[in-house]
Design a protein. Structure first.
Length: 194
C-alpha cells in the first residue's frame, strides 16, 4: 500500500467529517430560566445574592452539633480528619493526617478567607457532607456566625444577615483580594490572578 496515496485521502476524509459539524454540534439544549436560577447560587463579596435570614453564634453553637459538623471537623472544630474550622489553642497536635487540600490552624477559612460571604457560600453549597444544600438560610447564617465568633472575628451576639455579613472585615481581606467595591462580576477576585 502506497502511503503517499493513502495519507491525502485520509486528510480529505477528515476535513469532510470536520466540516459536517454544526457550530452547536447538535447536542444538548438551552437551559430554561428556572434551571439557570437553580444553578446560579454563588455569592459575591458584596453579598447582593444573599437570601433573607439571620443568625448568631449562640444559635449556631447547638446547630454545629445537631447538624453533625463535629463528626467530621471535631467537636471543637479542630483535631479531626476534616478541615479545621476553629483554630486550636496550639497545645495539642492533630493525630489525623491532614486531607488535601490541607486546612489546618495556618489557613482556617474564618481567618484566611477574604470575605465572610465565602464562608456562607461554602457552607450553603457543600455542607453537611452527603446532605448538601439542605440547610435553611437562617441555619447557614448561624453556623457562619458561630465559626466567625469562635475564631475571634465577630462578637457572640453579632447578628449575621444580608446586610451585616458582607461588612465583616476578615483578617485576610487585604492580603490577596480585591475589595468588594472594586470587584466586578466575571472578574477574578484575587490580586495578580492570571
Amino acid at each position: 500500500m502506497d502511503l503517499r496515496k493513502v495519507v491525502p485521502l485520509l486528510v480529505v476524509g477528515m476535513c469532510q467529517v470536520g466540516s459536517a459539524q454544526t457550530p452547536t454540534y447538535g447536542i444538548g439544549r438551552t437551559p430554561t430560566a428556572d434551571e439557570i436560577r437553580t444553578w446560579d447560587i454563588s455569592i459575591g463579596p458584596a453579598g447582593t445574592e444573599l437570601p433573607q435570614g439571620h443568625g448568631t453564634a449562640k444559635e449556631g453553637a447547638p446547630l454545629y452539633i445537631q447538624k453533625g459538623c463535629g463528626g467530621c471537623h471535631g467537636r471543637n472544630g479542630n483535631m479531626a480528619q476534616a478541615p479545621t474550622l476553629i483554630k486550636s489553642d496550639g497545645t495539642m497536635k492533630n493525630q489525623f493526617s491532614c486531607l488535601q487540600p490541607c486546612v489546618n490552624d495556618n489557613n482556617v477559612m474564618a481567618l484566611h478567607s477574604p470575605y465572610a460571604t465565602v464562608m456562607w457560600d461554602y457552607i450553603n453549597r457543600g455542607m453537611p457532607l452527603g446532605k448538601e444544600q439542605t440547610l435553611k438560610p437562617d441555619e447557614v447564617y448561624a453556623l457562619t456566625a458561630y465559626l466567625l465568633f469562635k475564631n475571634g472575628v465577630i462578637k457572640e451576639d453579632d447578628v449575621m444577615d444580608q446586610q451585616s455579613l458582607p461588612k465583616v472585615v476578615m483578617p485576610g481581606r487585604h492580603d490577596f483580594s480585591l475589595p468588594p467595591e472594586e470587584w466586578k462580576h466575571g472578574q477574578p477576585r484575587l490580586k495578580n490572578y492570571p
